[in-house]
Design a protein around this ligand. Structure first.
Ligand code: CTP
Length: 305
């Protein structure tokens, strides 16, 4: 009703007339949640700045299992707190966020890429915008709509993402590299479609590491990286934090159910450069974004003279 301007009862009439933040915590069977019309209406409401807490994945009232459970009350409360207390705590910051995969062409119709959906990066951009920052979102190819009020630069390849990041680095105060950048690209891109009768052997070369490039060019920016791992998360994430000269890293084990690519939740561990480690339970990607900025602000306060 809200997405379509229908106000035929008290609640829908109130929702259309108010100007305060609105948080939705929907619950329904997973098949209903996945239906295109529900997804379309959610997307319309997000454009109207309605914030969604959940739905979470798990067992449902119908006995089925899937995404449709109402968020835990603690999570809904955190969203309410976030919208009441910190609507402006990132004001003055210019936050550069990368999101999604990159694609590296083999020929005019084929490419290599990865399974990143972009949901984590878009949630980060959305949170930063709602908390008052100017946000520059550099996005690889995704099916997502950029959050309202965010400046979006669309890129395809790792090289394009590198250039877009470098072009916007000097005016940024915080950089969040949530993108799953392709580590390799084909050494040659064929101009015409490779015919299957010819067979194919791929020769791949490494792409440039954007975070390493940032570390050489950066000024006083606070740099946050991600680490997508499968096992031994803390040690592997620490190695990346050090080798990429980051202020903080958000690690996730993408092999765990409820974490990683193409789902709405994540299970993250934040590690900062002083060695502090915080492990979080499974949370919506929106809530992970809030936690990342809560933690970043704490660290930035300590940085000030
Ligand atoms: N990253 C980057 N440039 C690349 C590859 C990755 O800036 N060419 C960034 C990612 O955005 C992420 C961090 O580096 O913030 C770690 O990415 P991840 O894929 O976990 O690790 P890699 O450095 O690619 O190493 P590996 O794939 O061997 O784990």
């Amino acid at each position: 009703k809200m997405a379509n301007g229908i106000c035929d009862d008290l609640l829908s009439t109130i929702l259309i007339g108010i100007r305060c933040p609105v948080i939705m915590a929907p619950a329904m069977d997973y098949e209903m949640y996945e239906s295109p019309v529900v997804q379309r209406n959610i997307s319309i409401l997000k454009d109207f700045k309605v914030v969604f807490s959940g739905p979470a994945a798990g067992s449902l009232a119908s006995g089925a299992s899937g995404q449709g459970r109402m968020s835990e009350p603690e999570e809904i409360l955190s969203f309410i707190r976030a919208s009441l207390e910190k609507s402006d705590d990132l004001k003055g910051q210019v936050i550069l966020v990368t999101a999604g995969p990159t694609r590296e062409a083999l020929d005019p119709v084929r490419y290599i890429s990865n399974s990143s959906s972009g949901k984590m990066g878009y949630a980060i951009a959305d949170s930063a915008r709602r908390r008052g920052a100017r946000v520059i979102l550099i996005s690889g190819p995704t099916s997502l709509t950029p959050p309202a009020g965010v400046e979006c630069v669309s890129v395809i390849t790792a090289e394009e993402m590198l250039n877009a990041v470098m072009n916007n680095l000097s005016e940024s105060t915080i950089v969040v590299m949530a993108a799953a950048v392709s580590d390799f690209r084909p050494s040659d891109v064929q101009e015409t479609k490779i015919k299957k009768s010819e067979g194919i052997t791929l020769k791949l070369i490494k792409t440039q590491d954007i975070l390493e490039e940032i570390s050489q060019k950066k000024g006083n920016q606070f740099i946050i990286g991600f680490a997508a791992e499968t096992g031994d998360l803390v040690n592997k994430a620490k190695d990346k934090l050090n080798s990429k000269h980051l202020d903080m890293i958000v690690g996730n084990d993408v092999s765990l159910p409820g974490a990683g690519f193409d789902c709405d939740t994540n299970i993250v561990t934040i590690i900062d450069k002083c060695g502090e480690i915080i492990e979080y339970p499974v949370m919506s990607k929106n809530m992970v974004a809030e936690k990342i900025f809560d933690y970043t602000l704490e660290k930035l306060k300590k940085r000030l003279p």
